[in-house]
Design a protein around this ligand. Structure first.
Ligand code: NCD
Length: 307
């Protein structure tokens, strides 16, 4: 059976990722036209269900669905019946009445997207489940890097910061490795999960050897997921790990998934430097999410079947 969902980067092999990126290239061309719409998903319904704060992911999924001519319903937990105590399962059942072709879900709970896939007939796309995974972010980051470098084969990528609470780190390590890159993670020891090497990355305790990186991928300090103090102070964190232009070589590329805590994990000069791809990442979001929706709903499936 063909694949129906995108829950984890593990659902898609290298050939599948490349197909999605190639398709995203052609959708990027559509986004450059005056009329930014193709009829690929005309008459299909897509539900965006966001139980957590989001600017880029929710707006780009909405635009992606609209540019494919789908009918889109966007539901946020605030202001919906979730506020009144409706459970996730009941909400999915309610929204299933509209017979959606796809449900895009962001939730603070690990495993939420997988649960939703078991409760409905729609294709389910994980737009972030707690600190677990965020596969479309990884795909748009691979797309951005492929455009900048041609290929990720043999490229050294350092992921810096709060790896422990980051679903982006998990999905990106898997995707970067799958595309042939070498991945190293670094950050305060309390923010590096034990056993992370099992994902195929190296661990460095400090940024002393950051010069070895071709790409420096900086993560946000995820205050909302911290129930205790993981670092002595933000000042101390910034002193040891903040990425500024003085800590970057001019040949190194800089990435961040956004939103940025300006002056904490990144200095203002680094954000605004020409080596930063942060704006490119946001731009890639629409084309890559169009490609994912197309692949699941209209294309020859590139995704492996999810159990
Ligand atoms: C990320 C997320 O929500 O996981 N943001 C995003 O989707 N662009 C990263 C973050 O919140 O730090």
């Amino acid at each position: 059976m063909s694949a129906r969902h995108l829950i984890s980067i593990d659902d898609v092999d290298r050939a599948g990722i490349e197909r999605i990126l190639d398709r995203a290239e052609s959708f990027a061309e559509v986004s450059g036209r005056e009329i930014k719409k193709v009829p690929a998903l005309r008459g299909r319904t897509i539900v965006n269900l966001f139980y957590e704060a989001s600017t880029r992911t929710s707006s780009s999924f909405e635009l992606a669905a609209k540019r494919l001519s789908a009918d889109v319903v966007s539901v946020r937990s605030v202001g919906s019946s979730v506020d009144k105590g409706e459970s996730l399962k009941d909400t999915i059942q309610t929204l299933s009445a509209y017979d959606p072709a796809a449900i895009v879900i962001r939730s603070p709970h690990v495993g939420a997207a997988r649960l939703v896939a078991g409760w409905c007939d729609a294709a389910v796309i994980n737009a972030g489940d707690g600190k677990h995974e965020h596969p479309t972010q990884a795909l748009l980051d691979v797309y951005t890097l492929r455009r900048a470098l041609g290929s990720l084969d043999g490229v050294s990528i350092w992921i810096v910061g709060d790896v422990l609470h980051s679903r982006v780190a998990r999905s990106n390590i898997l995707a970067f490795k799958r595309m042939g890159a070498e991945v190293t993670v670094t950050g305060p020891p309390t923010l590096i999960p034990r056993g992370i090497e099992a994902l195929g990355c190296a661990v460095q305790p400090t940024i002393e050897r950051l010069g070895e990186a071709d790409v420096v991928y900086v993560l946000r300090m995820q205050h909302e997921r911290m129930r205790e103090s993981f670092i002595p102070s933000l000042r101390e964190y910034a002193a040891c790990y903040q990425i500024s232009t003085t800590r970057l070589a001019p040949r190194q590329l800089l990435m961040h998934p956004g939103p940025v805590n300006r002056g904490i994990e990144l200095s203002a000069d680094a954000i605004d430097s020409p080596q930063a791809l942060i704006g490119e990442q946001v731009k890639a979001g629409v084309a890559v999410r169009m490609a994912v929706l197309y692949e699941l709903l209209a294309g020859t499936p590139a995704l492996a079947a999810v159990a």
